[in-house]
Design a protein around this ligand. Structure first.
Ligand code: B16
Ligand code: MG
Length: 229
């Protein structure tokens, strides 16, 4: 495996890369959807990786209509209440997140990358990213972080990662982005960064979402660290 070029920092996505809060997002959406009798299947859940809260609910309702003829129209106020309800369930579940909840290989990989002199950062679409990072007790390890409250355009727009590179004081091509979402890999590619996709090959089959490197999970990425960094 080739070394990763002339890069100076690694920007990690949070949900699905450092920790498995993506399953907590899914549980929270499912709880709200069940209460509302909105059909919500696993294929739709997978599309929500890296996608903003608003865009996630739009996707759930569109899929429910297209796949299951669910045809209820919500007012803007009702739509907002559904988003808030999901968020309250998600925030409740975050109290159970501890340092034990880092994905296998993630902490070791971050420590190794730091020890090799690279900067490390987090770029997340989540407005709750600070709470997650605090609960995982990794905030002191990070050289920079950008969360969902600091961006106007969510992934696949490159804003989140470009802002992170700006905070690090680095050019975009000096940064590697590690992402579990197709939308996040697109965002890194569009931003001129090196992209690493975490997840099955089928997830990244769309041309713009094709990562420079791909691993099935963080443990496999960690196993190759000495060859790459
Ligand atoms: P919130 P990431 C993303 O985080 C999640 O993957 C996505 O499922 C979620 O909808 C989004 O954050 C917004 O989260 O509702 O907490 O603002 O993968 O970019 O770290
Ligand atoms: Mg993610």
């Amino acid at each position: 495996m080739e070394k990763i070029g002339n890069v100076k920092a690694v920007i990690f996505d949070l949900d699905g890369v450092i920790t498995d809060t993506s399953s907590l997002h899914t549980h929270a959406w499912r709880r709200m959807a069940d209460e509302e009798n909105i059909p919500f299947d696993d294929e739709t859940a997978d599309k929500l990786r890296g996608v903003s809260r608003r865009k996630s609910l739009e996707t759930i309702l569109k899929d429910a209509k297209d796949k299951y003829n669910f045809d209820k129209n919500y007012t803007q106020e009702e739509f907002n209440e559904l988003m808030e309800r999901k968020n309250s369930y998600y925030v409740q579940s975050l109290s159970a997140v501890t340092p034990e909840n880092t994905l296998p290989g993630a902490k070791e990989l971050m420590e190794f990358i730091k020890s090799r002199g690279y900067k490390i950062a987090v770029g997340s679409s989540s407005k709750n990213a600070e709470t997650v990072v605090k609960n995982l007790k990794i905030e002191n390890e990070l050289d920079a972080m950008v969360n969902g409250t600091e961006i106007t355009h969510s992934k696949p727009n490159p804003e989140v990662f470009q802002k992170t590179a700006d905070k690090l004081g680095l050019a975009y091509e000096q940064c590697v982005v590690v992402e579990d979402a197709a939308s996040g890999v697109k965002s890194a590619n569009a931003g001129g960064m090196v992209s690493v996709g975490i997840g099955p090959e089928e997830r990244f089959k769309d041309n713009h979402g094709r990562p420079n490197l791909r691993f099935d999970d963080m443990q496999s990425f960690n196993a190759k660290k000495e060859e790459i960094f």
